[in-house]
Write a protein that binds this ligand. Structure first.
Ligand code: DQA
Length: 148
C-alpha cells in the first residue's frame, strides 16, 4: 500500500525543540525509520512531508486523493485550530491515524481539543517518537484486515 506521513508546524525543529517534551530524535531520523519499517513489513511505500503552512498541508492532502491509501498525521498546533485541514481529510476520505509525541491531555487546556480525533481511525499520543512506529503498525494492520 501507499502511506503518507504528514507533520505540521515546528516539527521540523524536532531534536532541539523542547526535548523534555518532544524527545531528542530529529524528524529526519523518525521519517527514515518509518520508510524502512514500511518497506520491511510488507513492502509498503511510505512518503513523508512536513510543512509549517496550513494551506500547504491542505494542498498535500487534496493531492493525495487517488494515490495514497492511508495517512499518519501529526497536525501539531493545527490540531487545536484547523478546520481547514480537518475538512481536507474529510473531503478526500483517506483513513488516517492522529499522532502526537506528547500527551496533549496532560498539558495546557487549549491542547485538550482536537479537530481530528472524531474522524481518525485512532490516536497515538504520549509515547514520543515511538508513537509514529506504533501508528504505522496499526495502519498496516488496518490496511491488511480493514479493521483494527
Ligand atoms: C503535538 C502537540 C501539540 O499540542 C503541539 O502544538 C505540537 C506537537 C505533539 O506531537 O505532541 O506542536 O502535536
Amino acid at each position: 500500500a501507499r502511506l503518507l506521513v504528514l507533520n505540521g508546524p515546528n516539527l521540523n525543529l524536532l531534536g532541539t525543540r523542547e526535548p523534555g517534551i518532544y524527545g531528542h530524535a530529529t524528524l529526519a531520523e523518525i521519517e527514515a525509520d518509518l520508510v524502512e519499517r514500511a518497506r520491511a513489513h510488507g513492502g509498503h511505500a511510505l512518503e513523508t512531508f512536513q510543512s509549517n503552512a496550513e494551506h500547504v498541508l491542505v494542498e498535500k492532502i487534496q493531492s493525495a486523493r487517488g494515490h495514497i491509501d492511508f495517512i499518519l498525521i501529526n497536525p501539531a498546533a493545527f490540531t487545536h485550530t484547523s478546520v481547514a485541514i480537518r475538512d481536507a481529510l474529510a473531503a478526500v476520505g483517506i483513513p488516517f491515524i492522529e499522532v502526537h509525541l506528547s500527551n496533549p491531555h496532560r498539558r495546557e487546556p487549549f491542547r485538550h481539543t482536537s479537530y481530528f480525533t472524531d474522524l481518525a481511525v485512532g490516536v497515538v499520543a504520549g509515547f514520543g517518537p515511538l508513537g509514529y512506529g506504533l501508528a504505522l503498525t496499526a495502519a498496516i494492520r488496518h490496511l491488511d484486515s480493514n479493521a483494527l
